[in-house]
Write a protein that binds this ligand. Structure first.
Ligand code: HEM
Length: 434
């Protein structure tokens, strides 16, 4: 059987530089070769695939044909005990324990703190009047993650927030550990981050700080054999949660703010829906569930600009897909973004159209995968959906914003999607009558 079409590029370096620098890397090659092609990135021959069948094939064959795998830079920065790097029974066991912090009844308890932090930021932005939103949203999501995951206040202003920035910048990079490379600096930040996390965890274990947050559930959690997480593992898992819990959300919220500014008709419909709810009372889970149009809008935001553009797996058993051989030892990159852009699944895929998600037209499960699917789907997806919805409802009720001229709105892709100039807006309290 033939290998997929495509080229492995230059020896060793392959197509790595193009992959890192060109946000249209996969799109261009799919246009040239079709739904499956081969290339070589990060020193590994890699098969890129997209579409509903590829989604089903890659995401439901974990441990059978594939295991999770990441570029060397990401592996080193996440740390050996991170859930993301676990496979097989160990992964299932750890996931079960960590899920305790993301169960629906735990999430309900997060709403009050989420709402307070959101309100604080909205008022801050009102005072600023004009702002570059992406870094602000990053501070906001980090503060929420810091509070709800490890119980710290204003996390973005702490040493933790500062080191995170450098750490994130090295995640998808060439893993050359030198003081001036992105990777070298990120590795140093990892050491500093772990030291900070150790202080927080020890204080919690010694009982000097209490908290109703994910960390306390992780500390008290036991696996099926009754074992608790060691200090070393707690540090790696909390680091993963803090990262996964804010970087992706920042991208999702930035896209929401951008797309609503560009689509005033959608904004008007979202606002009209909000007028059905009392403005003054704190939001409840029940109310959030009733906001069905907002739900469609958020789903469409994550379709059009999925924060995570693709999922990597290592091939542990040779297999075939689409009439091509996929050799053992190669990598597979499943394109979330490219699947969401498939015109057979989503007519006029580049158009922002929340009605795609109306009840009658809802897409099939494996064609819509912003949170992945299968054994490794996003552990925090309900947390993410809650935060996005709460943020969106509050901001639309009370505020309005418009894009400032002369800015580059083209998307950067790594580590998550965001406009190149960070989304510059004018922000004010809305004058629309409720
Ligand atoms: C809009 C926001 C988010 C998006 C788009 C997103 C997307 C994803 C995707 C695509 C995966 C699957 C990766 C794979 O199959 O290899 C994933 C995994 C994961 N996500 Fe999220 N995520 C979001 C928010 C969050 C939040 C808020 C948390 C935690 C607080 C979180 C925690 C995780 C964890 C721990 C995993 C690894 C699961 C595993 O390997 O078993 N994510 N996420």
């Amino acid at each position: 059987m033939a290998l997929p079409p495509g080229s492995l590029g230059l020896p060793l370096i392959g197509d790595t530089l193009n992959f890192l620098q060109d946000s249209q890397f996969a799109k261009k090659r799919h246009q040239q070769y079709g739904p499956i092609f081969k290339t070589s990135i990060f020193g590994q021959p890699t098969v890129f695939m997209r579409g509903e069948e590829a989604s089903l094939f890659v995401l439901t064959n974990d441990n059978q044909y594939f295991v999770a795998s990441f570029p060397a830079s990401m592996k080193a920065l996440l740390g050996p005990l991170s859930l993301s790097l676990q496979t097989g029974a160990n992964h299932i066991n750890r996931r079960k324990l960590m899920y305790q912090a993301f169960q629906p009844r735990v999430l309900v308890g997060y709403i009050g703190a989420m709402e307070n932090i959101t309100q604080r930021y909205l008022e801050k932005w009102e005072k600023m009047e004009t702002l570059t939103w992406y870094p602000e949203l990053k501070n906001y999501t980090f503060d929420v993650a810091g509070k709800l995951l490890v119980g710290i206040e204003n996390g973005s202003e702490t040493a933790l927030g500062h080191y995170f920035e450098t750490w994130c910048n090295g995640l998808v990079s060439i893993s050359l550990d030198l003081p001036w490379t992105k990777f070298g600096q990120a590795k140093n930040s990892r050491k500093l981050l772990l030291a900070e996390l150790e202080k927080i965890i020890r204080a919690r274990q010694e009982g000097t700080l209490s908290g109703k947050d994910a960390l306390s559930l992780l500390i008290s959690g036991r696996d099926d054999e009754g074992n608790s997480l060691s200090l070393e593992e707690l540090k790696d898992q909390v680091l993963l949660l803090l990262f996964a819990g804010h970087e992706t959300l920042t991208s999702g919220l930035t896209s929401f703010c951008l797309l609503l500014a560009q689509n005033p008709d959608v904004m008007a419909k979202v606002r009209a829906e909000q007028q059905q709810f009392p403005a003054t009372e704190p939001l409840t889970l029940e109310q959030l569930k009733q906001m069905t149009y907002l739900e469609q809008v958020l789903r469409e935001v994550l379709r059009l600009v999925p924060p995570v553009r693709g999922i990597f797996r290592k091939v542990i058993n040779a297999c075939e897909f689409g009439g091509y051989e996929i050799p053992k030892g190669w990598m597979v990159a499943f394109g979330i973004n490219q699947t969401h852009q498939d015109s057979q699944l989503y007519p006029e895929p580049e158009r922002f159209d929340p009605d795609r998600f109306s009840l009658e037209r809802s897409p099939k499960p494996f064609s819509y995968v912003p949170f992945g699917a299968g054994l490794r789907d996003c552990l925090g997806k309900e947390f993410a959906r809650l935060e996005m919805k709460l943020f969106a409802a509050k901001i639309v009720r009370e505020f309005e914003w418009e894009l400032l001229p002369d800015q580059d709105l083209n998307l950067l892709a790594i580590p998550t999607q965001r406009p190149r100039d960070g989304l510059r807006v004018k922000f004010r309290r809305t004058t629309m009558n409720r």
